[in-house]
Structure formats: structure tokens, C-alpha cells
Design a protein around this ligand. Structure first.
Ligand SMILES: C[S@@+](CC[C@H](N)C(=O)[O-])C[C@H]1O[C@@H](n2cnc3c(N)ncnc32)[C@H](O)[C@@H]1O
Length: 264
């Protein structure tokens, strides 16, 4: 597939200029298998404010933010390799040294690998709703991940959440305010009027309502935060509420073919 095709599939062009090849940077890192917390200074070669995107997709938000905030280090965790590769390529082509991508489970990362109090922003844009009941346990926003985000953030740190799924939004608004001062943000973020992420851009094209919030980490004792997380419901909600995503949830219809009959 040509680069042009890949650009089309990833929405409007990424911000920033593609530099001559000799100025491209390496932006992929491995999380390692030893389950130890990551060492930020080893990853970025400096100590700076840190921004983490959990399930960063193709990294559009991170690339834009890293270009405009060179004094912040950015880190994207994503499970799907092609999305990760594209984000990493786009960041490298722009010569960014303050953005790295890692393949892996972002929930596991924030709960077990991200050092306590070491990040200043955690972003979660349009987490996969997982419509099937059997897949609900894959949802990214859970009491455990909320507690993980709270623990990973430095005092005053912020959790940015965004979704176009009404049930997901309702769940976030029931749970996150127990650990964050929850400020609903109305309308697009000023830094990205057309959309911060690919999913936001696509959802807007489809006329879906997008909900956004910024949560400032509450100053709580550890035990208090733990208790609050334990009191939260599990994300067992029906993501198809109010008909949202009905099409995506419907089983695919396949035409029955007579054995040995011609393919149509
Ligand atoms: C609907 S897409 C949104 C991507 C991006 N945040 C955006 O707004 O364009 C959801 C993304 O979350 C990723 N994802 C789902 N569960 C994940 C997990 N546990 N860890 C890391 N990424 C995950 C998916 O691979 C997918 O790229």
C-alpha cells in the first residue's frame, strides 16, 4: 500500500512537516517482559512533564501535541500494531524526540508499569465500546484503571476523557468524579477544532455527539482512593443504549450458498 493510501485511511494529513530522511527519529520503544515500571528518563533522555495516551490509535493527538509542546514528553500505548506503526512513522518523519510509542495493553501499563506520580496528563479518547456482552471485560475504563490513572498522575495532574458512546459517557460520569474533579468540556478542544483524534474526526462526520471531560486529580489518601475505586460499579453497561451502534452490533448476514453452487 502506498503512503498516500495510508494517509487517506488515517484521515486528514497529520500536522507538521515531513523532514528529510536523515533527520527522522526512532519513536518505538518496547515495554519489556519483566513487568518492571518503566524508566522515563531512560526512554526520553531527560526529565520533563509527561503526557500519556491510553489506546492512542494512530497517534494523531500525540503528534500534534508533541509538535506544539516540545517541553513535554509524550507516550502512546496501543494494542493494534498497524495503528501504532503509522503513528510512530508520522512522529519519526517529523523528527520528534519527545514522543514514543509502545505496543501493549494500556490498562496493564497504567496499573502496573507506570511509576507512581510520574505523569502529568493521562488521555483516553474514544475507548472501544465492545458491544458484545462477552467482550465487556476488555473495556478500558474500569475502577482499576481509574485508580491506576489516579496513582500515576502527579498532584494536580489531569485525566482527559472523550467518547461518542452515550453509555460509556454515563459510566465515566458515574465513576471518574470519585477520583477526579470532573469538568465537562463543551465543544471541540480549542487546540484541534477539527478533532484531536481520528475517531473524533470520523464520529463528527457521522454526526455523532461527542462528550469530553477533563478531570483534575483529587487530593486523597491512598486508602481513600482505594475505597472509592472499590465502591465503583464494574463497566457492565450496554453500549448499544438508545440505539447507538445498533448497526455495528447486528450480526452480519451471510447469504446461504448452495453447496457447490456458483459464488455470486
Ligand atoms: C475507537 S479506537 C480510538 C483510537 C484513538 N484513541 C482515537 O480516538 O482515534 C480505540 C483504540 O483503543 C485501542 N485499544 C483497545 N483496548 C486497548 C488496550 N487495552 N490497550 C491499548 N489499546 C487498546 C484499540 O486498538 C483502538 O486503537
Amino acid at each position: 500500500m502506498s503512503r498516500l493510501d495510508r494517509d487517506r485511511r488515517s484521515g486528514p494529513p497529520f500536522p507538521g512537516l515531513v523532514l528529510p530522511r536523515e533527520q527522522w527519529t526512532r519513536t518505538r520503544v518496547g515495554l519489556g517482559r519483566d513487568q518492571r515500571p518503566v524508566e522515563w528518563t531512560a526512554i526520553f533522555g531527560r526529565d520533563a512533564r509527561r503526557v500519556v495516551d491510553l489506546g492512542c490509535g494512530n497517534g494523531r493527538y500525540l503528534v500534534a501535541s508533541a509538535l506544539t509542546r516540545s517541553d513535554h514528553d509524550h507516550f502512546g500505548v496501543e494494542l493494534v500494531p498497524p495503528a501504532l506503526r503509522l503513528g510512530s512513522l508520522r512522529a519519526g518523519q517529523r523528527g520528534l524526540t519527545n514522543l514514543k510509542f509502545a505496543w501493549g495493553d494500556a490498562s496493564e501499563f497504567i496499573v502496573a508499569r507506570c511509576p507512581r506520580g510520574s505523569i502529568h496528563e493521562a488521555h483516553l479518547y474514544h475507548p472501544q465500546p465492545y458491544y458484545e456482552r462477552s467482550q465487556r471485560d476488555r473495556r478500558q475504563l474500569t475502577p482499576q484503571t481509574l485508580l491506576g490513572i489516579w496513582r500515576s498522575l502527579a498532584p494536580g495532574g489531569v485525566f482527559v476523557f472523550q467518547t461518542d458512546n452515550p453509555a460509556y459517557w454515563e459510566y465515566a460520569c458515574r465513576t471518574a468524579p470519585l477520583l477526579f474533579e470532573w469538568r465537562v468540556h463543551v465543544g471541540p478542544w480549542p487546540d484541534a477544532p477539527a478533532g484531536r483524534t481520528l475517531r473524533e474526526i470520523k464520529a463528527r462526520e457521522q454526526g455523532l455527539r461527542i462528550e469530553r471531560a477533563l478531570g483534575v486529580r483529587l487530593e486523597l489518601e491512598d486508602s481513600q482512593a482505594q475505597q472509592r475505586a472499590e465502591s465503583m460499579p464494574a463497566p457492565e453497561f450496554d453500549a448499544n443504549k438508545e440505539g447507538y451502534g445498533e448497526r455495528a452490533a447486528q450480526p452480519r448476514k451471510f447469504k446461504r450458498r448452495r453447496r457447490g453452487g456458483p459464488r455470486r
